[in-house]
Ligand binder design. Structure first.
Ligand code: C5P
Length: 227
């Protein structure tokens, strides 16, 4: 079983979330989807009718809402003020607004603190945890024994995101999905506060030509030696 932290970072559509969940289940570890936390705050902003670019309003909402996160890889869940929002955080509206929300330094401070507490709770029980995000290896857990940065070509990432949408019963317009994925990665990589980038000591994997199973085999092996 895994005892440490596996930091799994990378842009959207690399298969990161699927890989992270399955890796956690396989290693008997916890699973933390930090992207879901930024999405919940974004959903709260949209539901309140606030402007995602109004940093003061965004910070006030981030401070006032209740966010509950479950770290079981078989049943990951996020709640906003008690309501399960696992599906409503994956809409094109949230996709379009989340990068503005996640670029606000106070929002990041608040959520990173929560993430460290959640990770600490799992560690206190003697368990390991796979943490999925953009800044886990660089900012949230800079001393993680294993850091992985997944990449894939933009076309492959858009195709994967589109397939996820279709599987979830949402309509997927491939060109729109590609544009949205590229825009979000550009914003996430260029923000001032903990931008999306690989840590110096991260193992980088280009998953463009790999199946989820192949990535999983490689990561399970790495976690066995370094986790
Ligand atoms: O992983 P996911 O695509 O759900 O993440 C949604 C958004 O949340 C990202 O595009 C990014 O803006 C933000 N995010 C972040 N830091 C993380 C995880 C996600 O800024 N650790």
């Amino acid at each position: 079983a895994l005892h440490g932290v596996v930091a799994l970072d990378g842009p959207s559509g690399t298969g990161k979330t699927t890989v992270a969940r399955r890796l956690a289940a396989e290693l008997g570890a916890g699973y933390l989807d930090t992207g879901a936390m930024y999405r919940v705050v974004t959903l709260a902003v949209l539901q309140a009718g606030a402007d995602p670019h109004d940093a003061d309003a965004v910070v006030a909402l981030a401070r006032s809402v209740r966010l509950d996160v479950a770290t079981d890889p078989d049943r990951p869940s996020v709640r906003l003020d008690g309501a399960d929002v696992g599906e409503s955080i994956r809409t094109p509206q949230v996709d379009a607004a989340v990068s503005a929300v996640s670029a606000v330094p106070e929002v990041r401070e608040l959520l990173v603190q929560r993430q460290r507490t959640l990770i600490g709770d799992v560690a206190a029980r003697g368990g390991g945890i796979v943490v999925d995000g953009r800044d886990i290896g660089t900012a949230v857990v800079p001393d993680a024994p294993l850091k992985v940065f997944l990449t894939a070509s933009a076309a492959v990432r858009a195709a994967r995101r589109g397939a996820q949408d279709t599987a979830a019963g949402r309509e997927a317009d491939q060109a729109a999905v590609l544009a949205s994925v590229e825009r979000r990665d550009r914003l996430d990589s260029s923000r001032a506060a903990s931008p999306l980038r690989p840590a110096d000591d991260a193992v980088e994997f280009d998953t463009s030509d790999l199946s989820i199973d192949q990535v999983l085999v490689a990561l399970t092996e790495l976690a066995g030696t370094r986790g």
